[in-house]
Write a protein that binds this ligand. Structure first.
Ligand code: ZN
Length: 166
């Protein structure tokens, strides 16, 4: 029960993030949010019982532009669907690496436009070479994902009642 997550929307029903059901309770109790849909789960206190929400909506509108989408290993792999961007193979997260298209040793930055998910084997082929010095080809040009695209991938299809909000 502790691992029940609640999808938090803003006032325009735009997905913001996943929160714990305890945080969802607090937000609704403070009247900062209201319940859009419930789960089938209940919690019992000494005197009352409460139904755990599946989806809540904030009273306020959240401007998507304020979200930063940090270029972290986790987020890059999420953007790339955990697929090696050179050979297309999927691997367990542990076996995937982040490759700098323009090598760091040659001034390449850790930015959305310069890092991709790569399997160990492609990563070893790439070494610190420029792409044109190898036989590798990028599946697509890396770019910064929108917050919405990333949260959609993060949430995936874990919960049927969330899909229509993503
Ligand atoms: Zn590969």
């Amino acid at each position: 029960m502790d691992d029940i997550n609640v999808l938090k929307l803003d006032s325009s029903y735009k997905p913001i993030e996943l929160i714990t059901w305890q945080d969802a309770f607090i937000l609704t109790w403070l009247k900062k949010a209201y319940v859009v849909e419930y789960t089938q789960h209940w919690v019992h206190s000494a005197t009352q019982k409460f139904q755990i929400p599946a989806v809540i909506a904030l009273i306020r509108f959240v401007d998507e532009k304020i979200f930063t989408v940090p270029c972290t290993t986790k987020n890059v792999m999420l953007r790339d669907g955990h697929l090696c961007q050179y050979c297309g193979k999927s691997s367990k997260e542990a076996q995937l690496n982040i490759d700098h298209v323009v090598p760091r040793s040659k001034g390449g930055l850790t930015s959305w436009e310069n890092v991709v998910t790569a399997c160990t084997s492609c990563n070893q082929t790439k070494k610190d070479l420029f792409l044109h010095e190898t036989t590798l080809k990028l599946a697509k040009i890396p770019k910064k994902p929108s917050y919405r695209a990333l949260i959609r991938k993060k949430i995936g299809n874990v919960n049927d009642s969330w899909i229509r909000y993503l």
